[in-house]
Design a protein around this ligand. Structure first.
Ligand code: 8YV
Length: 311
């Protein structure tokens, strides 16, 4: 039986199928990870990983028979792609199937922060409603929205924003001439021009801390930041300071620097809505993601073309 290494768990329906086809080594279940890897290093031909866990060069280097890394997630920033390329290791991800759900959460977080949906829920539950109305909140529809990163998810957010009559502008490395939205090549300028910013960029070195103190200052005291990309895209020290001092109005965050042990200062803030890196976490999307991981592995081991190759 072909042997594979899993860095973290998948839902039961994927585990059952993977365990029927392969001998699966579960890295997250053992204390001594090095011992598990060392004792099966000569047999393991694939890694099935998750977006946030990735596969480092150090891990791949311990597996001389490694042929493929199949990632449950679209973001491959935690996989050392250069190492994979140099060592003829194939890499796949799960694009497209999660785009719409992630975009939904972008808009959902914006509504939750601006309209204070969690606070409104608490207002009803804790009896405050009987004593008076909750404070008025911020409108979303018809406002100016800046999207940071106009890839698949960015474009899906823009489509939703159009249905809210929002005016969309975006920042990216390059202007896209297939889309009708205004391109702003200076990120601080985009922040200055828009009340809301939704970050959908890929993670990695080229986007690290791209949302910095200057961008947050430009977004301003009426501004709301939503991050559905990677924690690494935002300078979290600057973000916490901006939220604590009111330099921006609020933030909706699905991703953080140190997941799942996030900076506890976030928990004290009333102007944030927090999500546990769950933007793609619907049954429908996760089923499609797991299927794609399994189909890529099956294609590889039967000598067929990969469905969604990255490397
Ligand atoms: C997942 C993600 O939450 O697609 C990505 O890059 O980060 C998410 O969809 C994650 O990969 C699941 O482990």
């Amino acid at each position: 039986m072909t042997e594979i290494l899993m860095t973290g768990p998948y839902p039961d329906w994927d585990m059952a199928d993977l365990e029927a086809r392969y001998r699966v080594h579960k890295l997250w279940q053992v204390e001594d990870k090095d011992a598990l890897i060392a004792s099966h290093a000569d047999e393991i031909r694939a890694i099935a990983t998750r977006g946030e866990l990735g596969a480092s060069a150090a891990l791949m280097a311990k597996l001389p028979k490694l042929e493929i890394v199949s990632c449950y997630g679209v973001g491959t920033d935690a996989i050392d792609l250069a190492y994979a390329r140099e060592n003829s290791i194939r890499v796949t991800n799960t694009p497209d199937v999660l785009t719409e759900d992630v975009a939904d959460i972008g808009i959902g977080l914006l509504l939750a922060v601006a309209r204070k949906i969690p606070q409104a829920d608490a207002h009803v539950r804790n009896g405050s409603w009987r004593k008076g109305n909750m404070p008025l909140v911020t409108r979303v529809c018809g406002k100016k929205l800046g999207i940071v990163g106009m890839g698949r998810v960015g474009a899906a957010v823009a489509r939703r924003a159009a249905a809210f009559d929002c005016t969309v502008a975006y920042f990216d490395r390059q202007e896209r001439d297939d889309l009708p939205y205004a391109f702003v090549g200076d990120l601080a300028e985009l922040a200055r021009q828009n009340e809301f910013l939704i970050v959908t960029l890929a993670g990695g070195d080229s986007t690290r801390h791209i949302i910095d103190a200057a961008v947050l200052a430009a977004l301003g005291a009426d501004g709301i930041l939503i991050n559905i990309s990677r924690g690494s895209t935002v300078d979290e020290t600057a973000l916490l300071a901006a939220l604590e001092t009111g330099a921006i109005k609020g933030a909706g965050l699905d991703v953080f620097w140190n997941e799942p042990t996030i900076d506890e200062r976030f928990l004290q803030l009333a102007n944030v809505v927090l999500q546990p890196h769950h933007a793609s976490g619907t049954v429908e999307t996760r089923k499609a993601m797991g299927q794609l991981v399994r189909d890529n592995l099956a294609a590889h081991f039967s000598g067929q073309s990969l469905l969604t190759p990255v490397v």
